[in-house]
Design a protein around this ligand. Structure first.
Ligand code: AMP
Length: 326
């Protein structure tokens, strides 16, 4: 996740973090805070530093265990930038131009303000993945195209230089692949959403969460039914309620039948507060000891570097770079 805001939002949590926490139990998991990606749009330096620690603290507070997973900050492992350069030279200009996230983001900023870094962002992401011989990449639906590009680049590399890189699979949790904005349930919940009331931040106070859920856009009838096309707002609330309570959407539909949207909103607000409040409190605790947080991230970077450097050495060898005399 990019440290481009002072809090992660519920879409990041549901689409990505929930899977990450689960997968660390039976995978050698590698997670990072992608500060190199964040600077593809302008960032205030002090804010970027603060947001990098805040993002890492939210990973840990949500359940990423740095003793079990490898957790680090992307810029601490220079191999990411180095491999990205090599992969840039294997990616077609047209291929990169087809990335819908670039098209959306550059349209928002105007083509004169969009940087080359924003354009090559998915190639850096390919490096993030391929450096660790990743077998599975757990993401939200919006990242599917980038993971497909990563696979194409890895296959191309292997074809041209011999089998060097592992080709990863994407893993998307269907139930939470896309969390929608509470005010515009046709759009995904996103840092750059139009209405502040449409986004729930992990660091929101309980009263703020309750207010946002209670003012969520629904529809004019009062039937509580999951129907993402016909009833996007209600369906989004049911998804969130199901996620926060670990009970199925169907069981909530039954329990709330005839109760009206007021009941759905109250249940959802209560469940989200119960889920997020401990994360918020724990994040603040972690941030109160910056030295310890930095120690954890330093240890993670050391672990990550060992894997990343080995892959980069294989890549250098494959493309024909000679080794420096030491
Ligand atoms: P970002 O920092 O925006 O690049 O997103 C980090 C992770 O959160 C990626 O795996 C995204 O797929 C996921 N994500 C972001 N927004 C949403 C959303 N609204 N619903 C589900 N997953 C999301």
């Amino acid at each position: 996740m990019q440290p481009s805001a002072d809090s992660l939002h519920l879409g990041n949590y549901a689409g990505a973090l929930v899977q990450w926490i689960d997968m660390q139990k039976n995978h050698d998991a590698v997670y990072c805070v992608v500060d190199l990606h964040a600077i593809t749009v302008p960032q205030d330096p002090k804010q970027l530093a603060a947001n990098t620690r805040r993002t890492a603290a939210q990973y840990i507070a949500s359940g990423i265990d740095p003793e079990v997973s490898t957790l680090f900050v992307q810029s601490h492992v220079p191999a990411h930038s180095e491999l990205a350069w090599i992969l840039n030279t294997l990616t077609g200009f047209g291929e990169a131009s087809r990335m819908t996230q670039f098209k959306d983001k550059s349209q928002k900023q105007g083509s004169d303000n969009a940087t080359v870094g924003l354009f090559t962002y998915p190639i850096l992401q390919a490096a993030d993945i391929l450096l660790y011989d990743s077998a599975v990449v757990p993401v939200g639906e919006d990242q599917r195209q980038h993971i497909e590009l990563t696979r194409d680049i890895a296959e191309r590399f292997n074809q041209r230089f011999g089998k060097t890189l592992s080709v990863p699979e994407v893993r998307i949790l269907e139930a939470a692949a896309k969390i929608y904005d509470l005010q515009s349930p046709g759009a995904k919940m996103s840092k750059s959403g139009d209405s502040p009331a449409g986004i729930i931040w992990l660091m929101d106070e309980p009263s703020v969460i309750a207010k946002k859920v209670k003012s969520a856009v629904t529809d004019t009838d009062s039937e509580i039914r999951f129907d993402s096309e016909g009833k996007p707002g209600v369906s989004n609330l049911l998804t969130l309620l199901s996620l926060a309570t670990e009970q199925s959407v169907e069981s909530w539909q039954d329990q709330l039948a005839g109760g009206g949207y007021g009941a759905l909103k109250t249940q959802t607000a209560d469940a989200l507060v119960a889920l997020l409040e401990p994360i918020r409190v724990r994040t603040h605790e972690l941030l109160s000891d910056v030295a310890e947080l930095d120690r954890i991230l330093g240890a993670g970077a050391a672990k990550a570097s060992v894997i990343a450097e080995a892959t980069l050495a294989r890549v250098h060898d494959a493309v024909g770079f000679i080794k420096p005399l030491r």
